[in-house]
Design a protein around this ligand. Structure first.
Ligand SMILES: [Zn+2]
Length: 390
């Protein structure tokens, strides 16, 4: 029996009934509202939502970062792996720490895909320190969710700690990559408009094919015009310029195996409980972190440099090699969902000073952030426990 690649855990024929993984991904991600003319159509993303499939529990490996943010220290789940499939969680909804007979148990509620809510549960005694960046670690974990997100289009093929990603480029560049034996870095920020000055990135994505404007948007580009609207949680909007590209200009999709230790931590957005991604539960709403542009994977390298690859000509696959040009960093930006200025920095990756600087601008603890994060999913769980006890 073949299971549907939406990750429902249902038989293919009884679910989406197609093998077109790009189609399934878009049907779950993008909502298009047609307007008078094609040029006017509005594309938005569906809110992340937990669909009601059968309860499931899996054993896997979690790679996380103990990150310092203006809201305090958080456990940032970077990747979760089950056998030879991996997922990059899309949100961080809380962190629940329970002591049971002096054993510390941690649970991270998060969205594993746009339609799978999950809990990543581990014991702190099982944590193994990471080999590359300080503050990163791996741990054996239990994954509680519904359906099977690991067989969904959002999961990635894995071999040990290597993830299969894609580098979309032109036919000419593909030739260069082959001939030179390396992947050259891009000097551009995520927005594609400013040159980065501390390090450059080799960009990858987990989207196997760039077919249309929806795929382009997932990797921070636009095809028509160069404008993209940023909307804050208070519905303030500002149009920013992004890199313009024709989806047909990147016909070469190179499959590249990338060590997860080489991948940068993505920026974050902290949304307050009024901007919950899930419909209010009986217990109320909660604040959460959104992983910014989760379909973009960056490997940082020294300015104007490159990383060598090894090619498997039989399979037509590349492997990215670690080298001295790799720029070790696990820093990232974070913005409040209500703060237009901060959101613009996530896109531009340039520290634009504001008229009245705030503590969070320097990465320091900031009361507003701390108070927002206090309302995360953990609070809902705590209040139910309290009610049960009273
Ligand atoms: Zn399906």
């Amino acid at each position: 029996m073949e299971f549907c690649q939406c990750g429902s855990g249902f038989q293919k024929e009884k679910c989406h009934n197609t093998d077109d993984i790009n189609k399934i991904r878009k049907s779950l991600r993008v909502s298009v509202l047609p307007k008078e003319s094609d040029m006017d159509r509005v594309t938005t993303f569906f809110p992340l939502r937990s669909l009601d499939f059968s309860n499931a529990s899996y054993t896997g490996i979690l790679k996380f970062q103990l990150a310092s943010t203006p809201a305090g220290h958080i456990i940032y789940p970077l990747f979760v792996k089950k056998a030879n499939r991996g997922l990059r969680p899309l949100t961080i909804d809380g962190q629940i720490i329970v002591y049971d007979d002096s054993v510390e148990m941690v649970s991270i509620p998060c969205m594993l895909t746009p339609i799978h809510f999950g809990e990543l549960i581990f014991h702190s005694k099982d944590i193994k320190a990471g080999s590359f960046s300080i503050g990163e670690a791996t741990v054996k974990c239990e994954i509680r969710t519904k359906g099977n997100p690991f067989e969904s289009v959002f999961s990635m093929e894995m071999k040990g700690e290597q993830i299969a990603l894609y580098h979309h480029t032109s036919k000419e560049n593909e030739k260069l990559i082959l001939e030179t034996g390396y992947f050259k870095s891009s000097k551009w920020n995520i927005q594609g408009t400013n040159e980065l000055t501390t390090f450059h990135n080799v960009y990858f994505t987990n989207i196997p094919k760039v077919e249309d404007e929806y795929d382009l948007f997932e990797i921070g580009m636009c095809d028509k015009g160069t404008d993209l609207s940023i909307i804050t949680d208070n519905n303030e909007t500002e149009v920013i310029e992004v890199y313009r590209e024709n989806p047909l200009n990147r016909p070469a999709a190179l499959k590249v195996w990338v060590d997860w230790n080489l991948i940068s931590t993505n920026h974050l957005i902290l949304h307050n409980d009024k901007a919950s991604h899930l419909a209010p539960t009986l217990l109320g709403t909660f604040s959460w972190w959104e992983i910014f542009m989760p379909f973009i994977f960056r490997v940082p390298v020294k300015l104007n440099s490159f990383l060598r690859h090894t090619i498997n000509r039989k399979k037509n696959e590349y492997r990215l090699n670690y080298g001295p040009e790799f720029y070790k960093t696990n820093g990232f930006s974070a913005a409040l969902g209500t703060d237009l200025h901060g959101l613009k920095i996530n896109w531009s990756e340039v520290r634009i000073p504001r008229t009245q600087a705030r503590q969070s601008d320097y990465g320091e603890l900031d009361n507003e952030w701390v108070n927002i994060w206090k309302n995360n999913f953990t609070k809902l769980v705590d209040s139910t426990l309290e009610e049960m006890l009273l």
